[in-house]
Every structure is written in structure tokens, then in C-alpha cells.
Design a protein around this ligand. Structure first.
Ligand code: FAD
Length: 375
């Protein structure tokens, strides 16, 4: 087997989940090895999430993992909705619990976490794909499956699998262009949803709802900017700041939850435990929250108290389902079925009513803010 034999904790995957967990364990001097199938350069440049919730920042602060995000991240507190009946903004620092996001690209966080883990004496074996968890389970005291949605660890945990295909896909675009506005923008248009989210002063993420199975290469850069401009209604609100498109990929809106997320000495964390659609920017935040719970529970168990580890799955699942519920609500808020069928027109009318309630009801706005920023 050879992969990390002798380590007390083996972690599969050097994404946010595995790296936060590894850092928490190393801070207590616990011997742990991370096995990662990709190269270091690959994981340090893989652009995905960017919006860290206040609770994630608190966890990273608590474990000494937030220097980079405080130095280079930017505080963010406003999202806006744009549609046929105009635009409104919600400043969530003044709603719900009054919390905000920190915008810090996931690849930068991963880079920081790798550097700190190595400084704390941790070992990462890059380009080491795990093909089966069973040999690892025999050599390590605990194994963490932090290997994402396509990893191998899930299959070794028997239990119930909840899965939903939301029948919605996004073309996710990274543009080398400054953000076009301060707020996160959710634009609702008869052609479909379009989104705008700042990443850094020179890079912006955009989303375009597209048909499932869409070929990401089928649109030219000019066609993408034209469609974004149309759905963002630039005639009414002003032009987008354009630049070269440096990445494009299709993201299908799926939900996937395992129950339980532990079996024997194997524990799932992050996307390996539950996949959530990016419609509410929750995936990386759930991964950090679970890694914190699992890290503390493993430390206690290695010191002789396994109660928290025994209830790890039971502690995580209610929070996972709460995030799934909000993400599902966001999917219904942002997307409506095309066409003129009775069903489609009815659902579009409901969508308008939901947006109107969000625009006008303080109670609805507080509910939104609490769920948007929290887990
Ligand atoms: C376009 C996009 C935008 C997103 N935006 C947001 C956002 O704004 N906010 C948010 O909170 N979330 C967002 N997410 C979700 C977020 O990126 C994920 O939830 C997050 O990466 C999960 O972290 P993880 O560590 O669980 O999994 P991953 O980041 O997927 O890491 C898993 C690691 O395991 C490795 N691995 C896999 N299989 C094996 C194997 N067999 N052996 C060894 N290693 C293996 C992989 O190479 C990878 O490095 C977004 C996702 C996408 C795709």
C-alpha cells in the first residue's frame, strides 16, 4: 500500500476541507498525511469559490489560518436583484445577524493552507491518487475522505444517498476584467439567469444559465459578453467592464447528501459528504465548518474522549440540510422554466411574487440575510 502507512490520520484530498482539517490536527502536533491526486500547482490555481461567510472566517481566525484573507480579501455586504420590474439591493450587513462575506479566491486560500500545513510539519503527497480507501483504513487510526464530489471515499460509507438533479446548468466564466459593480448581481431574464460576482480587483466571475449538456466552447467571447449584457439589461443600467475570458466551464446544479457521513474510522468532509449547488455559495463554507467539527472531534478522540467523533455525522447533517434548503430556495428564486405552458407561466408568476416579497418585506429580507451568510 505504502500511502502514508504509520500516520495517525490520513486525509484524502488537498481542497479546503482536507487542508483545514490537516492544519487543525497539525496545530496539536498530530501526525497526519494528505494524499492528493493532483499536482501542487494544479490545486493552487484551481479557481472555484470566493465568498467566505463570517463563520468560516471565524473558524480560520481561530486556527491561525486567516493571515492572507485578512491582508488581501475584501469585505462584501451587498447583493442586488435585477429583472423586468427593476432592480433592488439588499445590504445584508444591516439585515439578519448583520454579518458580511470576505471575498478571497479559493485558490489563494488553498495556497495559504498548504504553506501553513507544511510549516506546521505536515506532509502532502501530491500526484498520489487513492484508488481504494480500504488499505488506508487498516493502517491509520482515522481516515478523512475530503476528496470532493468525484472522490473514492463516498463509496466506502454505506447508508442513504439523497440526490437531486435541479435540471439547471450554468456556464461559469472567469473574466480578466474588473468587477462591473460593487454588489453581487443576480439578473433574471426571459433568456435565463445571469450572475456577477467580484473575485479580485482584476478578475470577475460571471454565470450564464444554459441548457444542460451545453458545449462551453460553442459561444465566442463576444457572444458571451453580448448575452451577459442582454440579461444584465445594460441599456437600463450601464455597460459591463469587459476583458478576456480566461476560464469557462459548465456547472450542473446537483444536490447530493449522504447519511450518515461516517463509517467505522472513515469520516467524510466537504463535497465528499454533501454536494450543494453553487447557487447560494455554500460549498466551501460547509467544507470549512465540517473540517472544524471533525478536527476538534478527532483531537478529543485521540485524547480518549470519542463522544464528539461518534456524533460527527449527526452534528453536521442538520446544518447540511439547512444549507441545501436555502440553496434550493435560491434556485427557485433565480430560475424559471422557459416556454408558455400553464406550468411555466404559473412558476414565473410565483417567481415574481417571491422577488416582490424579498424587495418589500423586512422580515423576508432578514430571513434571506440570515441564510445567505450563515450556515
Ligand atoms: C464554479 C464554482 C463556483 C463556486 N463558488 C462557490 C462560492 O462562491 N462559495 C462557496 O462556498 N462554494 C463555492 N463553490 C463550491 C466549492 O468550490 C466547493 O464546495 C469546495 O471546493 C469543496 O471543498 P472540498 O475540499 O470538499 O473539495 P475539493 O475542493 O473538490 O477538493 C477535493 C480534493 O480531493 C482531490 N481528490 C479527488 N479524488 C481524489 C483521489 N481519489 N485521491 C486523492 N485525491 C483526490 C481533488 O483533486 C481535490 O484537490 C463553487 C464551486 C464551483 C465549481
Amino acid at each position: 500500500m505504502g500511502q502514508g502507512s504509520g500516520a495517525r490520520v490520513l486525509i484524502i484530498g488537498a481542497g479546503p476541507a482536507g487542508l483545514v482539517l490537516g492544519n487543525i490536527l497539525r496545530a496539536e502536533g498530530i501526525d497526519c498525511v494528505i494524499l492528493e491526486r493532483r499536482s501542487r500547482s494544479h490545486v493552487e490555481h484551481r479557481a472555484r469559490a470566493g465568498f467566505l461567510a463570517a463563520n468560516s472566517v471565524r473558524i480560520l481566525d481561530q486556527h491561525g489560518l486567516s493571515t492572507g484573507l485578512h491582508e488581501f480579501g475584501r469585505q462584501h455586504d451587498t447583493c442586488a436583484f435585477r429583472g423586468e420590474h427593476g432592480q433592488f439591493e439588499l445590504n445584508y450587513s444591516e439585515l439578519g445577524r448583520g454579518e458580511i462575506h470576505t471575498v478571497y479566491p479559493q485558490q489563494n486560500l488553498v495556497r495559504d493552507l498548504i504553506a501553513t500545513f507544511l510549516n506546521r510539519g505536515g506532509e502532502i503527497r501530491f500526484e498520489t491518487p487513492v484508488t481504494s480507501v480500504h488499505p488506508l483504513l487498516e493502517t491509520a487510526r482515522f481516515v478523512a475522505g475530503a476528496d470532493g464530489q468525484h472522490g473514492v471515499a463516498q463509496a466506502a460509507v454505506p447508508g442513504r444517498r439523497y440526490r437531486r438533479d435541479h435540471q439547471v446548468s450554468w456556464l461559469a466564466i472567469l473574466a480578466e476584467a474588473p468587477p462591473s459593480m460593487a454588489a453581487v448581481m443576480y439578473a433574471i431574464h426571459p433568456n435565463g439567469f445571469a450572475g456577477h460576482m467580484a473575485r479580485t480587483p482584476s478578475v470577475t466571475r460571471y454565470y450564464l444559465q444554459c441548457a444542460p449538456g451545453h458545449d462551453p466552447a460553442s459561444l465566442s467571447d463576444d457572444q458571451i459578453w453580448a448575452e451577459l449584457s442582454l440579461r444584465m439589461r445594460i441599456d437600463e443600467y450601464g455597460a459591463l467592464k469587459q476583458g478576456p475570458i480566461i476560464e469557462r466551464r459548465i456547472v450542473d446544479m446537483y444536490s447530493n447528501v449522504l447519511d450518515p457521513i461516517q463509517h467505522g474510522n472513515l469520516f467524510l468532509v466537504g463535497d465528499a459528504a454533501s454536494l450543494i449547488s453553487p447557487s447560494a455559495a455554500k460549498g466551501a463554507n460547509l467544507a470549512i465548518m465540517e473540517a472544524d467539527l471533525l478536527g476538534q472531534a478527532m483531537i478529543a478522540a485521540l485524547r480518549g474522549d470519542s463522544r464528539a467523533l461518534d456524533r460527527y455525522s449527526a452534528d453536521c447533517l442538520p446544518r447540511i440540510w439547512r444549507a441545501q434548503e436555502f440553496s434550493h430556495w435560491m434556485i427557485n428564486l433565480l430560475h424559471s422554466p422557459p416556454g408558455d405552458s400553464d406550468d411555466a407561466t404559473f412558476l414565473r408568476a410565483l417567481q415574481r411574487a417571491r422577488l416582490e416579497s424579498l424587495r418589500t418585506s423586512r422580515a423576508h429580507q432578514d430571513f434571506f440575510a440570515e441564510n445567505y451568510i450563515g450556515i
